[in-house]
Design a protein around this ligand. Sequence first.
Ligand code: ME8
Length: 499
Amino acid sequence: MSKNFYVTTPIYYVNDKPHIGHAYTTILADVLNRFYRINGYDTFFLTGLDEHGQKVQEAAKKKNIEPLEHCNKMVPQFKKLWGKLHILNDDFIRTTEIRHARVVQNILTQVFKKGDIYKDEYEGLYSISEERFITEKEAETGDFRDIKKIKEKNYFFKMSKYKSKLIEHIKSNDSFILPKSRRNEILGFLNNDLNDLCISRPKKRLSWGIELPFDKDYVTYVWFDALINYISAIGYNDDNKKFNYYWPADYHLMAKDILTTHCVYWPTMLMSCDIPLPKTIFAHGWWLMDDIKMSKSLGNVIKPLDLADKYGSDALRYYLMRNMVLGQDASFTLDSFEKRYNADLANDFGNLVNRIFILISKNFDDKIPCKNTYDELDNNFISNVEKLRDKANKNYANLKIHDGIENSISIIRLINKFLEDKAPWKTIKENKNQARTTIYLSAEALRIGTILLYPIIPEKTNLILESIKSSPSDNINFGQLKEKQTINIIKNIFPRIQD
Ligand code: ME8
């Protein structure tokens, strides 16, 4: 396996503020990025904004300002949220940047020269909410809003030409589309006729976009423009060394709403330019409110900034990562948020940290005690922690984040149980050597569990690790914690949320 790792989120529309759904995918990318980084990978994490197209033009019009001014006003809302949520992205691409537009025009020129673009007149239904032409059948589903009948001349990309090549690629690469159910969905979709893709919009209808390099009366269709961000940001046709180092991406993360654009439009565009395809396109489920998808247009959104302000960024990150089984939908409720936080973080994790720190401060003058010989209970404890540690790592690497978290929290619970069984607060009087070993092993297992939870809750775990003079990229085998090392006692790291 190569030692570099490239992960992306969708670039979000700037027609409205970010909500929990956007925060979710971005946190997920951050978790994976941190996980690979502490495991020695040279990582690159990209997020950004999709600033062209009709939706954005209309949002600006409503405010009576120019589209770019509207975008410039929206950018800080996203950046502020990512800062608040401790998102460590390496780049933030905006599709209005010159570096991006240049690559879009380069790709269009390549595809045009190859003979994969033609002009044609088209009459059909157009959904403004989805920014694309839709079939009569799709219109009947009721999933599309703002439908208009449009007749116009446009440019088309010969997407259908690559249909069988795409099917073959999906079939011979099990992890190209994940989870498996989404892969089957796309294969089902490709069983039907695949239309060519309309990739232009006449400027007289929509001027807010990147001009076609071969016809100045048209701008590029927003999806053809947006998908290219994944390669423009890492230097395609500009910084080849960087591009070849990170491409193909390890993960394009998104929710299932934009599966087709990523699994059909994007790979066929890349095929036309002879660019390798991304390794994995992963579509997670939706966050629902009262069983309905949370979405800007429905207005049923939870504001992530408010939650992070009230409960802290780690509490929100933990809940979102723990309560969604990747691939399935999940319901957001404040009640489940508070319950999850109190049970796992305040009770299990917070109490354990307090317990160990108080034991060390009371009995060992703030120094890690020296360990002595291990008895059977100690050896069993070590081996159980190691098993859970390996499971957690495996689950994180397989995108079973909620399971990885459960394994890590189980380590925390195991330490609490170990302390209760060994009761060092009692043995400290009659068998100090045993008490020392118990506390050393508990602190060491706490270090391991904390490192495993670092990608999920980086802020608080960093505090704990700093206090025991450790760091997230440290070795997670037993026996690393330095005996007699003075620690900084921290108190009440996860205060309980009161009713
Ligand atoms: O589609 N649950 O942007 P967008 C989970 N600009 N995730 C959700 C969600 C929910 N209820 N709602 C949104 C676009 N998301 C395009 C993308 S990429 C080249 C162009 C997340 O602002 C999820 O990642 O509508 C989803 O795919 C994305 O936001 C859609 O963001």
